[in-house]
Design a protein around this ligand. Structure first.
Ligand code: ASP
Ligand code: MG
Length: 411
């Protein structure tokens, strides 16, 4: 097809009520007319529908088959696409709704966290040719065995980006309840800066460090297809939001620090008094890896008498399992003890220009130190610095650091 294609995605709150659905229909019609394009629209389940479905399920069983979970959860999006399409029809606009399988979205044969493998776009293209707006369910696809699969919570962003990439769309616009990517979570930090541009890598780092603007896999997919991705508000008219692009497309130079994020989902584990000999870390971490537990920060230090201490963080939801495994390892390695702490927070600053600018780490540590906030662990990368601190200091710390780097001035 020679016509330009745009993809839009509307999140759960954006389609949370009949009025909201009508407002979204207006945005779709306006875009199609103004941009003179083929328009494909991906929608999430209305409001809290997915959570409500989960709570219904919990009232039936605490041990559902994965297949049936996906069968249930995929229904939320089916409601939204049908209603949005009806709203478009009512306004005199040609449109058609598709479920994941009707739209040709083929995924791995894994339930509740499947990845998209391939999209057969023929049916979408056919409908576009008939000048219809194509409305597709987010969050779902179909496996080779013809089973309904879902992509993981928040996965509609990823559906949208994958469909946009497959259609070679000009851009994918993610309409949501925030007006832009901010320099910090506006619910925690007042006076945040709004970013006009951010790089894929910065967005990925921020997402991995607790910012919850986009599903991380959607950013990865956009990055690998070099697809411009825009986050914008479905409430404010003419809001341009934030454009997520490649490093080299940044016209105004990269920021030293672009944003600060806080992750409260981390827990710390320590194994104390293990022999300081080769292969110890391997033994500790391979056992965790076997059980699919991913480890974030790691510090190993020598205490005394050739005994080492290994500290690391895992997701809070993995803590129980990780602790059990570590207890077994501790016995095997003759370690003195293990400890755990789930009242920690990881505070991170992210910026693509960090490598070119001296003194950023020092400023972060100085800000925390001057304010009596103890740093338990530190990790650094090319475009991020993270510190583990006490959970009770988290909100204060993010505000102080946001101020210290004057992030309110960014735009
Ligand atoms: N409805 C799904 C969820 O709430 C997918 C999404 O909203 O992106 O997680
Ligand atoms: Mg949702």
């Amino acid at each position: 097809m020679n016509q330009k294609i745009l993809v839009q995605k509307f999140g759960g709150t954006s389609v949370g009520s009949p009025d909201r659905i009508r407002a979204v229909a207006d945005i779709c019609i306006e875009t199609k007319e103004k941009e003179n394009c083929g328009l494909v629209v991906i929608v999430s389940a209305m409001g809290d529908t997915t959570d409500d479905l989960i709570s219904l399920m919990d009232q039936i069983t605490d041990d559902p088959f994965d297949r049936e979970v996906d069968m249930l959860l995929s229904t939320g999006e089916q409601i939204s696409v049908a209603l949005l399409t009806m709203a478009l029809h009512k306004k005199g606009q040609k449109a058609i709704s598709f479920t994941g399988w009707q739209a040709g979205i083929k995924t791995e044969s894994i339930h509740s966290k499947a990845r998209i493998k391939d999209i057969d776009t023929s049916r979408i293209l056919e409908a576009l040719k008939e000048n219809k707006i194509v409305i597709i369910t987010g969050f779902q696809g179909i496996s080779e065995e013809k089973e309904i699969t879902t992509l993981g919570r928040g996965g509609s962003d990823t559906s949208a980006v994958a469909i946009a990439a497959a259609l070679k769309a000009e851009r994918c616009d993610i309409y949501t309840d925030v007006d832009a990517v901010h320099t910090a979570d506006p619910r925690i930090v007042k006076n945040t800066g709004k970013l006009k541009y951010i790089t894929y890598n910065e967005m990925l780092e921020l997402a991995a460090r607790g910012a919850k603007v986009l599903h991380p896999r959607s950013v990865e997919t956009a990055k690998s297809f070099n697809l411009p991705l825009r986050v914008r508000s479905s409430w404010e008219k003419n809001n341009v939001g934030t454009l997520i692009i490649k490093d080299t497309q940044m016209l105004e130079g990269k920021h030293g620090v672009t944003g600060v994020a806080i992750d409260l989902e981390q827990a710390r584990l320590s194994i104390i008094g293990v022999a300081d000999t080769p292969g110890i870390s391997y033994k500790i971490f391979s056992k965790l890896a076997e059980k699919n537990i991913s480890v974030d920060l790691i510090i190993q230090s020598i205490s005394s008498h050739n005994l080492a201490e290994v500290d690391f963080t895992v997701k809070k939801s993995d803590l129980k399992k990780a602790k059990q495994i570590l207890e077994e390892t501790a016995k095997e390695l003759n370690a003195k003890s293990i400890t755990s702490d789930d009242s920690i927070a990881k505070i991170s600053i992210v910026g693509a220009g960090m490598i070119d600018e001296a003194g950023i780490a020092a400023k972060m540590f100085e800000t925390l130190g001057k304010n009596n906030i103890n740093i338990q662990m530190i990790s650094t990368g090319e475009i991020h610095i993270s510190c583990i601190i006490n959970e009770s200091d988290a909100e204060k710390a993010i505000n102080l650091i946001h101020d210290a780097f004057e992030l309110h001035k960014l735009k």
